[in-house]
Design a protein around this ligand. Sequence first.
Ligand SMILES: NC(=O)c1ccc[n+]([C@@H]2O[C@H](COP(=O)([O-])OP(=O)(O)OC[C@H]3O[C@@H](n4cnc5c(N)ncnc54)[C@H](OP(=O)(O)O)[C@@H]3O)[C@@H](O)[C@H]2O)c1
Length: 346
Amino acid sequence: MKAYVIGDYINTKQLAPVDRPDPTPGPGEVLMKVRATGPNARDFQIWTTGTAMGPPPSERVVCADNAGEVLAVGEGVTNVKPGDRISTIHYNQWIDGPWDFEMRHIDHGQTIDGFMQEKAIVSAEAVVKLPENISFEDASTLPSAGLTAWNAVVATGQVKAGETVVTIGTGGVSVFAMQWAKMLGARVIVTSSSDEKLAKMKELGANDVINYRTHPEWSKQVMELTGGRGAEAVINNVGTSEMDQCLESCASCGRVMFLGHSPVSSDREARAMPPLLRLPLLIIKNIDIRGVIVGSRKMYEDLINAVSKHNIKPIIDRVYDFDQANEAVAYMASTDKIGKVVIRVN
Ligand SMILES: NC(=O)c1ccc[n+]([C@@H]2O[C@H](COP(=O)([O-])OP(=O)(O)OC[C@H]3O[C@@H](n4cnc5c(N)ncnc54)[C@H](OP(=O)(O)O)[C@@H]3O)[C@@H](O)[C@H]2O)c1
């Protein structure tokens, strides 16, 4: 079967296509025929700069996003059978309950192979069945950006109808955050570097939009738009450079959901981290800052059920064929896209 591995990406700017023998599922494992995957900023960071886990080996198959069909199951697997449509979380030990730091050691696309391959071995415990009304391409966008935004807005963020939510940028995580917040009946303010993208976000449901390039102190616009009250939840998927604006944008007892730690698009220099002059706002506004890491299988089940019930369509900018994987990665890393980029595998 064909797979794409990190190879010498740093120097070649190309993932390396390789041939691999078909894998066989062991006890508790499932063999998935991968139908769709796609690159995320997070995957890109893993194979270019490495993470706290250190750089993965060059033979690692990339990408956490996935959707596919069960081809075979290993000994003891009873929750799925050949032919079932499935998708899996990428930190595959986080089934339910709170996150444990030790779970970081098993991560598809980082410490174990990801899904830019025709067949993949997954843990039966970590898979979720896909309803018929969610296509493989749509489902494949959900395990990383979709689930992280779900955790930030729904599971941990506890956004309520009538609250105001701010999302930064128009990438995978932030567009999903808008979709989940709208599903809950919240008002959403979206920022972007591009007026063209902001116009598109309005068409997609944003209530209000702010260009963060023409308004670097965009919290002032948030305060104006909310009559001086501020937003109940601010989704910070960019990192420390935007933290001061996030804190300034918060309403009393608001929360900042912190889930990005670096500038995301290559052409955008992150502003230097400002001195945390705004930290006293934590006290006077009684603000919570909460770190968010993707989500559990239980959260993923809740997400899939909601997408199916409300017929929510992930915003997919482009779909590429498997042999165009490197073009898909280059487009994902560009500043042009809105939402997600998908690779149709087979
Ligand atoms: N905590 C977790 O578990 C977790 C999971 C997944 C992802 N993440 C992190 O979340 C971040 C976003 O991921 P993604 O997949 O959504 O990325 P993405 O699709 O590349 O989107 C990022 C968007 O952020 C905006 N942006 C880029 N640089 C910016 C800057 N300096 N200041 C303000 N906005 C900026 C851009 O919007 P415009 O083009 O509209 O300006 C860009 O489209 C990444 O850092 C990723 O590592 C964390």
